[in-house]
Design a protein around this ligand. Structure first.
Ligand SMILES: Cc1cc2nc3c(=O)[nH]c(=O)nc-3n(C[C@H](O)[C@H](O)[C@H](O)COP(=O)(O)OP(=O)(O)OC[C@H]3O[C@@H](n4cnc5c(N)ncnc54)[C@H](O)[C@@H]3O)c2cc1C
Length: 369
């Protein structure tokens, strides 16, 4: 088996202390490095990333079976080390394999094949793409779509810095990045579907979907984010933005799954055909004249549910506007006492803020996630 290798180090007078902060950071992000003597070792995608301090330097070592795994480990380690040490990107430079890469290996060019309006507020775009194996994973269904500025016919796609981080063009050629769900994918046939909510106050994602025509190209990176863990009894709740994920998740659940799905849309014209196990009941909720992100229909519906008796395993999944997600998270923790492994509640968007504003705020105020 091929074994690719890379090494880097960052100077720091505080190296001995910062290694522990870096490890804590990884643990907060659900990465689980194990201690081996002086080193901390992270297993990821068949590769190993090691971290240790020596003579005022933080050292990083990677062995990986593929270029994708090598690069992903470079990114994970560089991201956390630069963040914790407060160093600039050029403080970290990798030696060894993978340095000839021009672009992040996850980057893909998507070409619009067809467009279909599923409902008045939901537009499905089918994209053609080479090499979708990385994205065709049932437990990793989200991606980042990369939009050029309107009118730019020859975009400059992201390149790589010496630390392995993506470098995005600036100015007129800047790119906008938004998070979407891969609603359906066929790696062998080379296509994938994304369902775009066409919403008021359109940002780059929604505006691009409204004008999309066959032949246009956008970029993609990822995949990322967790998804629902199948359980005997499932409770799913989400607004329009979470509908693509809920449709994909419920269609893949085993036939014995029981529970409820609450999907909030504006009105009956926004409902779609669903495919769920017979014991999983799908409920449409209509917010009518209430602005998107301002209704409490999902919270009320969740409160109305009778939970199963043990020993049935259970899982709560929710994707919604920030405040709704926060309210559901609080209810799940304080009133239902759900364990971490029994829930996944994600803020899909934030009222009055673009995704870039929302994400940079969440980074500076970790408690607001
Ligand atoms: C894991 C994940 C998966 C997602 N999957 C999907 C998906 O498959 N399809 C999808 O459409 N969205 C999805 N979203 C939500 C999507 O990323 C956001 O709605 C994003 O803000 C859309 O970008 P934009 O450029 O259209 O608007 P932005 O530039 O981000 O925001 C512009 C303005 O629009 C408002 N806004 C954003 N979304 C909405 C909305 N739905 N209704 C009303 N106002 C809104 C913002 O508050 C802001 O005021 C997902 C989000 C996450 C985190």
């Amino acid at each position: 088996m091929t074994s690719l290798q890379a090494h880097s180090c960052v100077r720091s007078d505080q190296a001995h202390v910062l290694v522990h902060t870096i490890v804590e950071h990884m643990q907060e992000h659900e990465l689980e490095p194990r201690q081996q003597g002086e080193r901390w070792v992270l297993s990821y995608a068949g590769g190993l990333g090691s971290l240790w301090q020596e003579a005022g330097h933080i050292h990083l070592d990677i062995t990986a079976p593929t270029l994708d795994a090598l690069h992903d480990l470079k990114l994970i380690l560089a991201h956390v080390v630069l963040d914790v040490t407060g160093s600039d990107d050029d403080a970290l430079s990798w030696q060894g394999d993978g340095n000839a890469l021009q672009r992040p290996p996850a980057f893909r060019l998507l070409r619009v094949l067809s467009i279909r309006d599923l409902t008045p507020h939901m537009r499905r775009v089918r994209f053609a793409c080479h090499d979708l194996a990385r994205y065709d994973q049932p437990d990793n269904i989200h991606c980042k779509l990369i939009f050029p500025q309107p009118g730019i016919s020859e975009p400059q796609w992201p390149t790589l810095t010496s630390s392995g981080m993506p470098r995005f063009p600036e100015g007129d050629k800047r790119l906008d990045v938004r998070t979407y769900t891969i609603q359906a994918i066929d790696e062998k046939a080379g296509w994938m579907d994304v369902d775009f909510v066409v919403h008021a106050d359109a940002g780059p994602g929604s505006a691009w979907a409204s004008q999309a025509t066959a032949g246009q190209t956008i970029g993609m990176s990822g995949p990322g984010g967790r998804t629902a863990t199948p359980a005997d009894w499932m409770l799913l709740a989400g607004d329009d933005t979470a509908l693509p994920a809920m449709l994909r998740i419920t269609a893949s659940l085993p036939q014995h799954t029981r529970g409820h799905v609450f999907a909030e849309v504006q009105g009956p014209e926004d409902e779609q055909a669903v495919q769920t196990p017979p014991g999983l009941q799908w409920h449409w909720l209509h917010r009518a004249d209430t602005e998107a992100g301002r209704s409490s229909l999902l919270q009320a519906a969740l409160r109305s549910v009778t939970w199963p008796e043990p020993p049935a395993s259970k899982f709560l999944w929710a994707g919604a506007e920030f405040q709704t997600a926060q309210a559901i998270r609080q209810w799940a923790k304080e009133e239902q006492g759900l364990e971490k492994h029994e829930q996944l509640i994600v803020a899909y968007w934030r009222h009055g803020q673009s995704e870039s504003q929302f994400k940079s705020k969440a980074k500076s105020e970790p408690s607001s996630k």
